[in-house]
Design a protein around this ligand. Structure first.
Ligand code: HEC
Length: 113
């Protein structure tokens, strides 16, 4: 099986350890993100703060006066900022593959400001 495993893609892809990887839907919905990214990855640590348990919880969450999600503005949203911050990433042990942060970006941008 060494031959097979050497063909597997390299890189940090925690979500694929828990869920089969599939196409990112258009539009990206909260429930898709919850099942593919938030539940399997983020809530491993963030379960205590309940951040990702519902869309309402996520949209109302703040830290230090900043919003986790600013509808229509991914760049201003803590969740997107930290998922794309190579110096201070979420998850802390390394950024997920870009398609996951891109899905989060699309979701946030699709929300009405
Ligand atoms: C291994 C545990 C762990 C995982 C997995 C994890 N987090 Fe975190 N997260 C933390 C800790 C601890 C903090 C507080 C310290 C910090 O901000 O670095 C934090 C802070 C944050 C903050 C910043 C809050 C603030 O005060 O600015 C955001 C946003 C965040 N996490 C989002 C996520 C997202 C999105 C995921 C999934 C892609 C995720 N986290 C996965 C442990 C984790």
């Amino acid at each position: 099986m060494a031959v097979l495993s050497s063909c597997e893609p390299r890189g940090t892809d925690l979500a694929s350890m828990y869920q089969p990887v599939d196409e990112i839907p258009n539009p990206v919905t909260f429930s898709w993100l919850k099942s593919r990214v938030f539940d399997p990855v983020c809530s491993q640590c963030h379960h205590h703060d309940g951040l990702f348990t519902s869309e309402a919880a996520l949209l109302s969450a703040t830290a230090g006066g900043e919003h986790y999600v600013v509808p229509g503005n991914a760049a201003a949203s803590l969740v997107y900022q930290r998922m794309t911050d190579s110096l201070d990433p979420m998850p802390p042990d390394g950024m997920l593959e870009a398609r996951y942060s891109e899905a989060v970006r699309q979701y946030i941008e699709s929300l009405a400001p």
